[in-house]
Design a protein around this ligand. Sequence first.
Ligand SMILES: [Zn+2]
Length: 259
Amino acid sequence: MATNIIFKNKEAKKKESLIKVISDLMSISCDQLCIFFATEDNQNRPNWKNKYDDNYDLQGFYVKIDLEGIPSPWPDEINCILGKFYEHFIWISKRICESEDIHFAWIYAHELQHLKQSLKNPYLLIVAKLLKYVKYEIVDIDIPTEFECDGKAKHIVARIFGEEKSNAYINKMSVGSKYNEARYGRLLQLKISPEYDVEEEIQRAIYTNIKTLKEFQKQMQNSASTNWNIDIDRLCKCENPHNAIMSSVTKISFNDTTF
Ligand SMILES: [Zn+2]
């Protein structure tokens, strides 16, 4: 993989061989990818809030920079210039870089799967974001793109650390908060089939929530809080889920505060 890995974080550097194992197991093949292991957490985002544009949290994020820019506000230490040279960007927070290997592996594999989703369909995550801000307020695993990422992360973690350790890790994580209980409780049961088609699942989820999503999109456009127009009728009508997503998303303006 033609990738530039920036190890700002020294603890992440110690995980270099684990990072390679994960990338190899996931067969990532991508030009123009930058992965940034940070020495900062995102101070601006102490808690998950179900609010548009807060699209990364304390753990990490993937973004296709040429479509969306880097989420705002930027983590401070990222040099803004980065955005102009790379098409894809993965940011892993300090707390994840410095966490135990198994937790690190889970989050890293999860973000790599978002990259794979974007390589498969560059508009998939833009459409998925609509669902994120409408329907799923507590556990975002209900969104097909997140479900697939966690399914793949679980698979990778079990391959590297074994089934027993993987389940013990999930059990350990499932205490402490309502969110953890809900999220990790679900992860213990989660099994993703090889036939899982994330594009089809996203199309179905949009169709199921069509009325609410149309209203929500209108609100976002009226308040200028999105750069995207999604032709929801077109997306739901087209029989091929890949083509449906590809042909229904258009950019309506540039957010020039991103770079
Ligand atoms: Zn995710």
